[in-house]
Design a protein around this ligand. Structure first.
Ligand code: 13P
Length: 256
């Protein structure tokens, strides 16, 4: 059975000293929880101090992005090796905000993903359709295109280091969560796609997270669904109380 993963994507928040307090509160709050993996992804500038805060705990550290080159003349970019150096185990890739505001294409995301996994990072690949795409019946086509675009030429054994996050764009930051059954259908579709491409064993093992307006009151119904293995949480992850409530609710999942 896949162990649930609850990941906090802090986005452009808590990049300074606040990050220490938030990560300390999370660390203390999850001390007795061992049936859920917990990951926090602060901005780059807070990674070192957050690592120092959580290194003696079960909380894992991730970044929100990285570049595909390891080093060189790329002003302003961050190498996957630098992430390893500051204690990251995970990196988020292809978030819709990066696709939308920073023009990241499937090719770029695929290159970043390959690079990150090649140095030992776990990558969380985000995929999800926009509202008009869902309304036009294109949701499955869009997600398939995103998966194919970023995963089609990765080495087979890389799949073990990959988590998928289904994040319908219309549910991100809107308070409008995807219905658990609707989300689960997409998760099943993603798992089937992984099965066709990488084999059934990989499909059974891979964790597929849901993301989009996860709150303490809706996580339980999502995580009870067969193919929803956790959550990628935005707004509710930058307050210790709400993030901890989500983790505690996930730890009470009844399906095992
Ligand atoms: P919200 O939880 O704020 O909707 O954000 C979801 C998200 O984008 C996580 O990556």
């Amino acid at each position: 059975m896949r162990k649930p993963l609850i990941a906090g994507n802090w986005k452009l928040n808590k990049g300074g000293k606040d990050a220490v307090q938030l990560s300390r509160n999370i660390k203390e709050g999850v001390r007795d929880i061992n049936n859920v993996d917990v990951l926090i992804c602060p901005p780059f500038t807070a990674l070192m101090r957050v690592y120092e805060t959580i290194k003696d705990s079960s909380v894992k550290l991730g970044a929100q992005n990285c570049f595909y080159e390891m080093e060189g003349a790329y002003t302003g970019e961050i190498s996957p090796l630098f992430l390893i150096d500051v204690g990251c185990e995970y990196v988020i890739m292809g978030h819709s905000e990066r696709r939308q505001y920073f023009a990241e294409t499937e090719d770029i995301i695929g290159m970043k993903l390959k690079s990150a996994v090649s140095v030992g990072l776990n990558a969380i690949l985000c995929a999800g359709e926009k509202l008009e795409e869902r309304e036009n019946g294109k949701a499955f086509d869009v997600v398939k295109r995103q998966l194919e675009g970023s995963l089609s030429d990765i080495p087979e054994d890389y799949i073990q280091k990959i988590t998928i996050a289904y994040e319908p764009v219309w549910a991100i930051g809107t308070g409008r969560t995807c219905e658990p059954d609707v989300a689960n259908k997409m998760h099943r579709f993603i798992r089937n796609w992984i099965g066709e491409k990488f084999g059934n064993k990989s499909a059974e093992k891979i964790r597929i997270l849901y993301g989009g307006s996860i709150k303490p009151h809706n996580i339980s119904s999502l995580i009870e669904k067969e193919d929803i293995d956790g959550g990628l949480v935005g707004g509710a992850s930058i307050k210790a109380n709400s993030f901890l409530e989500i983790i505690i609710a996930a730890s009470k999942r009844t399906r095992y």
